[in-house]
Design a protein around this ligand. Structure first.
Ligand code: ZN
Length: 167
């Protein structure tokens, strides 16, 4: 994410190299915009060899298939974010059981990155109903996933999941 002005003092930001990274910094107050990756969660629910994906209602990748999940709220544990996002997007109450892995990825065409924590989970109630950033949802066989998967990290996570389940 590029900014023109310092969020601390309002001075115009300048490009500066810090720790070999090209960043924006404020010449007046010393503020540095590090542009760290933003934490996100994804949740993989698997039943009978099928995984639940949602179709995105919003950009980036509107209309593409997506692992349900989203950005963490300010003061939220990732596990709680996983439960909240699943309820919002799929109507299902879930219990995250383990972490499949972590991935860093660019957020579409945006100039910032995400750090996605991908959980495996089990259902604990609720009724399937797409909502929030999802227009619809569908169970896909792991060996017959849709072509249009939203983010690169999701293709890698789904491939890891498929490999693990076929062992
Ligand atoms: Zn400043």
């Amino acid at each position: 994410m590029a900014y023109r002005f310092c969020p601390e003092c309002g001075e115009q930001l300048e490009a500066r190299t810090v720790d070999e990274q090209r960043l924006q910094a404020c010449p007046k107050c010393g503020f540095v915009h590090y542009n760290n990756p933003r934490p996100c969660v994804g949740v993989l629910l698997v039943e009978g060899g099928k995984v639940l994906l949602v179709q995105r209602a919003v950009e980036p990748f509107k209309g593409y298939w997506d692992i349900p999940g989203g950005f963490l709220n300010s003061d939220e544990h990732p596990t709680e974010a996983a439960r909240r996002e699943m309820l919002e997007e799929t109507g299902l109450a879930v219990v995250p059981t383990e972490v499949l892995g972590f991935w860093t990825d660019r957020y579409g065409e945006a100039d910032y990155y995400t750090l996605s924590i991908c959980y495996l989970a089990e259902t604990a109630g609720g009724r399937e109903k797409a909502g929030s950033d999802a227009v619809t949802m569908r169970w896909f066989p792991l060996d017959d996933l849709p072509e249009k998967i939203a983010f690169n990290w999701e293709r890698e996570a789904l491939e890891l999941l498929r490999t693990r389940l076929s062992d």
